[in-house]
Design a protein around this ligand. Sequence first.
Ligand code: PLP
Length: 400
Amino acid sequence: MTLKTIAGFDRIGEENAFAVLARANQLAAEGRDIINLGIGQPDFRTPEHVVEAAVKALRDGHHGYTPAVGIPPLREAVARRTALTTGVEVSPESVLIAPGGKVTMFAAILMFGEPGADILYPDPGFPIYRSMIEFTGARPVPVPIREANTFAFSADETLSLITPATRLLIVNSPANPTGGVTPRTEIDKLVKGLADWPDVTIMSDEIYDCMTYDGEEHVSLLTYPELRERLILLNGFSKTWAMTGWRLGWSIWPDGLFDKVRKLAVNCWSCVNAPTQYAGIAAIDGPQDAVTDMVAAFDRRRQVVTELLNQLPGMSCVTPKGAFYAFPNVAETGWSAKPLANALLEEIGVALIGGPDFGVHGEGYVRVSYANSEENIRRAIERMGAFLSDRAQQQRAGGT
Ligand code: PLP
C-alpha cells in the first residue's frame, strides 16, 4: 500500500555519495581491495582532547536536554572563533547550534522556499541544496560554476539570474565538489550588485573556511556589514575538526530570523546532544595543531592529486584552491562522467563521484576526494591510468 504524502516527498533527492560509500563498503566486505576517493569526510581522527571533553561531559552528568539553540558557552565559543577568523564581532545570541551543517541549509531553504519563489544555488554544488529547494516547491535556479573561472562563482552571472521572484541566494566558497575558492574582487562585486535586490536573503555555506591553499584567502560574507541583516552564515565542526559523525554545526542568523529558526529547533531536534556540545567548546578553545596538521596534509595530497590526474590520458585537472576535492575534466577520455565513475568502482575498485551527482553542470567531470592517504591516492590514480590506457587501446583495436 502506498500512503499519500505531500508532493514534496516525490521531489526530494539525496546524496549519491552515500550510495557510492555503501557500494564501496559492500565490495570491500566481499574481499575486494577498494580505495575510497568518494567520501567527503576527513580521514583523520577527531582530536583526542575533543573526545575527552565529551567523555568528561557525560561523566559530569551532562546528558539532559539543553537550550534548543545550544548551550551558552558553546555559542560564546563560536562567537569568539568567528571574531578570530573573520574579524567580525557577532553576538552569541545570533548563534544557532545545530546537529550538523546540513541542518542550517534545511532550515534556511524551508524558510524561503514555496511555489512561486526562486532559489539560486551553485551547480555543480552540494546536492542537498537542490533537493531541499525542490522539496519546498520553489524553483531551483542553478548558478553555473565554471572550470574556465577556476570554479569560482561569477558575480555577474549570479546577479543576472536574480529576479523579483528570487527569495534566497546560496553561495559556497571554498566549494564542494570543485575545490574552487571565490576571490575577494568577485565577492565585492556580488555584494555591490545585491544592493539592488534588498529582499534577497543570502545563505553563505562556509563549512570549508579553514581549508584554502596557495595563499588563497577565504573571504567571509560576514565581513560585509551591508549584508548582515539578510545573511545566514553556515559553518560547522564536521570538516575542520574531523567530526562528521558527531553531528555538530553552527550558523549565524540575522536578528529578524533568529526566533523563527529557534522555534524550528524546538519543533524538530530539541537540542544537539549535550556531550557533543561540550566537545565543540574543546574543539574551538583547545589547541589547533591537529587542524593545522590536517590542512597541511590535505595541501600536500592536493599537489600530488593534481599532478597525477593531469598525467592521465584524456584528463585535465584545475588546481583546487580549497576544501579537499579535485574536480578533473574527463570529457576527453571518451567516457561520460557517471558511467566512468561506475566502471572505476566496479572494475578497478576506485570509488569517486560522477560530476552529474552535483548538478547538470557537473557533466564531464568527476569528484576526487583526497581525504585518503597519499599512498592510497597514488595507487588509485595508477589504477585509473592503467584502466584508461587499456580501454583506449581496446577501442583503437576495435576500430581498426
Ligand atoms: N556544506 C557543504 C558544502 C558540505 O560539503 C557539507 C558536507 O559534505 C555540508 C555542508 C554538511 O555538513 P555536515 O556533515 O556538518 O552536515
